[in-house]
Ligand binder design. Structure first.
Ligand SMILES: NC(=O)c1ccc[n+]([C@@H]2O[C@H](COP(=O)([O-])OP(=O)(O)OC[C@H]3O[C@@H](n4cnc5c(N)ncnc54)[C@H](OP(=O)(O)O)[C@@H]3O)[C@@H](O)[C@H]2O)c1
Length: 275
């Protein structure tokens, strides 16, 4: 927090993602007077935040205070909204800011062209648990970006969870496929187990499945053993788990299926970035 404390922020687009960052800034004791939001459609959640914290939500750039120059700008509109959102007026305001984009598929070259901020534009990607401060994010720094801005970007993303760095921009595509879409893979597994459990006649299936996930994760996070060891611990020779794993781990089983699925997602990410 040392770097962020004295900065002014501009959040462009306060939908699901933008709002998570706004909440995280406020929770980390950044003064509401330093947070400006550009958002066309003010959600009930944003209204609630404004009521409590008096953040400034503006619909158009021209309503920003004269001479307002944000230190950090978060680009969090949808990919197809970026061009029109970053208009001439905004380009002038953010010319010296650190600009962090979490917009899927927008490459650093295109971002720099749109923002016309060549030195301090950073590309990032993250996932939905950011709303709880439990996101997994990745940052990509183009050549030439100053250390000071790198540290600011790291600290900003750390507000919403764990931060990692990509050595090259193409790593964002596999990150998106594994971690951006990742929550959906986990929810699909949860949904499937709930269905199977309910069909087998268990009451309270949803709670039981969630508890099994949570318990298994906490066990893993207790740090005594890694996932492989914990899996082996449940798998006695000739037992029930081994019977199930012989299918899940078979030639076309879960590792192969996941790998194929993620590869398809990665290819889709590449396609979307080149449109
Ligand atoms: N959801 C994810 O898992 C995820 C993960 C990582 C990154 N992202 C990226 O994060 C970005 C935001 O996603 P999201 O789910 O938060 O989308 P979202 O809920 O649609 O939020 C975007 C918000 O920006 C507003 N907006 C659009 N144009 C504007 C303008 N010119 N000025 C001010 N506000 C404007 C939109 O208003 P309207 O609705 O009225 O257009 C909307 O409320 C996307 O680019 C996405 O690729 C998403």
């Amino acid at each position: 927090m040392a770097f962020l404390k004295n900065n002014k922020f501009l959040i462009l687009g306060a939908g699901n993602m933008g709002t998570s960052f706004i909440k995280a800034l406020l929770q980390n004791k950044i003064s509401a007077s330093k947070i400006f939001i550009l958002e066309k459609r003010i959600s009930p959640e944003l209204k609630k935040i404004r009521l409590k914290k008096k953040i400034k939500i503006l619909k158009v750039v021209s309503k920003l205070p004269k001479n307002f120059r944000p230190d950090i700008v978060l680009l969090a509109v949808k990919p197809n909204q970026l061009d029109s959102a970053v208009n001439e007026e905004l380009v002038n305001i953010i010319s010296d800011s650190l600009i962090i984009s979490i917009i899927a598929g927008k490459k650093i070259r295109e971002l720099k062209k749109i923002t016309r901020n060549k030195n301090n534009t950073v590309r990032a990607m993250t996932n939905t648990p950011v709303s709880l401060g439990m996101g997994t994010s990745i940052l990509y720094f183009d050549k030439g970006i100053k250390k000071k801005y790198k540290n600011l970007a790291r600290e900003f993303l750390a507000l919403v969870g764990q931060v990692n760095e990509a050595k090259n921009e193409s790593a964002i595509d596999s990150f998106t496929a594994i971690y951006g879409s990742g929550p959906a893979y986990i929810y699909l597994m949860i949904e499937s187990l709930i269905k199977i459990s309910s069909k087998a006649g268990h009451k309270n299936s949803e709670n039981m499945v969630i508890q099994t996930f949570l318990g298994s994760l906490l066990l893993l996070m207790s740090g005594n053993s890694n996932a492989k060891t914990l899996r082996e611990n449940v798998t006695s020779k000739g037992g029930t788990t081994q019977a199930a794993l012989s299918i899940l781990n078979s030639h076309n089983g879960m590792p192969k299926l996941l790998s194929r699925a993620i590869n398809k997602a990665r290819k889709r990410s590449i396609e979307l970035s080149s449109n």
